[in-house]
Design a protein around this ligand. Sequence first.
Ligand SMILES: Nc1ncnc2c1ncn2[C@@H]1O[C@H](COP(=O)(O)OP(=O)(O)OP(=O)(O)O)[C@@H](O)[C@H]1O
Ligand SMILES: Cc1ncc(C[n+]2csc(CCO)c2C)c(N)n1
Length: 281
Amino acid sequence: MMVEAPVMHHYSDFWGNSSSACRGTADREASGCFAHPHDDCASSSYVLIIVNCRLPDFTASLWTKARLHVCADGGANRLYHELPKLFQSEDASTVRERFIPDAIIGDLDSIDPDVREFYTCKGTTVLDKSDDQDTTDLHKCVAFIESSTPDLRSPNLKLIVVGALGGRFDHELANINVLYSFPSLRIVLLSDSTMLLLLPRGFRHEIKVNSSIEGPHCGLIPVGAPSETTTTTGLKWNLDRTAMAFGSLISTCNLVQSQIVTVCSDADLLWTITIHEAKYS
Ligand SMILES: Nc1ncnc2c1ncn2[C@@H]1O[C@H](COP(=O)(O)OP(=O)(O)OP(=O)(O)O)[C@@H](O)[C@H]1O
Ligand SMILES: Cc1ncc(C[n+]2csc(CCO)c2C)c(N)n1
């Protein structure tokens, strides 16, 4: 007898500009939901992690609705120097005062001393994890958040990582490795143009696409291991019990054609979808 895989729902509720994106979730959700200052999106409960790569323009909007703000080492330099530039009509130091992180975590070899001093004086917790040189600063942040946030496995709580893509390729791969290292957490990697998350095997994933912000370009990539069988709906080039592997077929340059995309696979897959900048700015 066939056993039905549990459904894992993925909503872009953190974008916060679409009422439909804010509906309650069932088993598990995991697409984007960027907080809009005027929305009261009950399900948009997330932790914001700022890493050390160019900050997306929507970072300030996401900050507003995040329950916890964490910088990974040099991510604090980005917050200090880059975030005020998003508010060009305001004095940089005034803006800075509004965006004080709860914690800065890492081996602390990249944070500038004056930035560290500034946030320490503002009450930010600074955690030196330099004894561990086998995991990245992002990994250290996620491990800390996992150990200190009791309801992290709640279906509504996500970890949104800004600045995780579009920089150094080894860092990007390490950031993706963090998704694989914490498969039961809902971690979303973001840049200005791309959203990336892991679809763990063993579920039927229902991804609700917020087309005012996301798509149409997307991809399903068997990064960790080949897939012998993947089946999708809602895409221009659907897979029908199709095998995927690097060296043969992987699904890139695909297009979303429905508000709901479903994915069923025997392997963990990366789901990537474009973000179109004009709509959230
Ligand atoms: N160019 C980049 N592209 C993508 N992510 C990055 C990049 N640089 C840093 N990060 C992310 O920001 C986190 C903190 O970066 P930071 O520069 O403080 O780390 P680091 O370990 O000192 O890096 P490095 O390897 O340059 O010494 C990293 O763990 C990584 O997740
Ligand atoms: C096989 C192997 N390759 C690279 C590193 C280096 N490294 C990986 S994560 C990290 C911390 C970065 O903040 C460092 C230095 C290692 N330890 N083991």
